[in-house]
Design a protein around this ligand. Structure first.
Ligand SMILES: [Zn+2]
Length: 167
């Protein structure tokens, strides 16, 4: 199943049909949490570790098409980890339905989970959100979210791995 999914992803890099975008799988080698020494040191190593879509989003600041990711409509309870380094980034408790087509959160897992950068690409001024541990691009944060934070962390599904809460 994993092999089949990886083959699908490999053949999809230039495909824009949202019906065929597969659920992202975990990075090939998971790294123990809190151990940044195991992170890839080069672009080539990241390419080896990540699926093509994870690499496109995390390392090339790509954006998945709206309503195509695995998690925009995920309502299960659990946590969202970085697909690059396994850090916990967001939790289902902070997730809300924004209608924008990407997973949206009102807060990160904690204040040390992410970093912020001013982003002037595409003729806009936005605040980019990256994983604090591996530096991977996650998405952007906007100030049109629900109270009390009024924040909307608009995050690519492909940058994360969802881990369902065990009952
Ligand atoms: Zn990371």
């Amino acid at each position: 199943m994993v092999f089949a999914t990886l083959v699908l992803i490999a053949g999809l890099t230039s495909c824009s049909n949202p019906d065929t975008v597969p659920v992202k799988t975990a990075a090939k080698d998971s790294i123990a949490m809190n151990d940044s020494s195991g992170l890839p040191a080069s672009d080539a190593e990241w390419k080896e570790k990540l699926t093509s879509e994870q690499y496109y989003i995390l390392r090339q600041k790509g954006t998945e098409r709206a309503f195509t990711g695995a998690y925009w409509d995920n309502h299960q309870k659990g946590i969202y980890k970085c697909a690059g380094c396994n850090s916990v980034l967001f939790a289902s408790d902070q997730k809300f339905d924004s209608g924008c087509g990407w997973p949206s959160f009102s807060l990160p897992w904690d204040s040390t989970a992410v970093n912020y950068h001013e982003d002037h690409s595409h003729g806009m001024t936005r605040t980019e959100v990256t994983c604090r541990k591996c530096g991977g691009h996650l998405g952007h944060v906007f100030d049109d979210g629900p109270p009390p934070t009024n924040l909307r962390y608009c995050i690519n599904s492909g940058a994360m791995i969802f881990v369902k809460e065990e009952k």
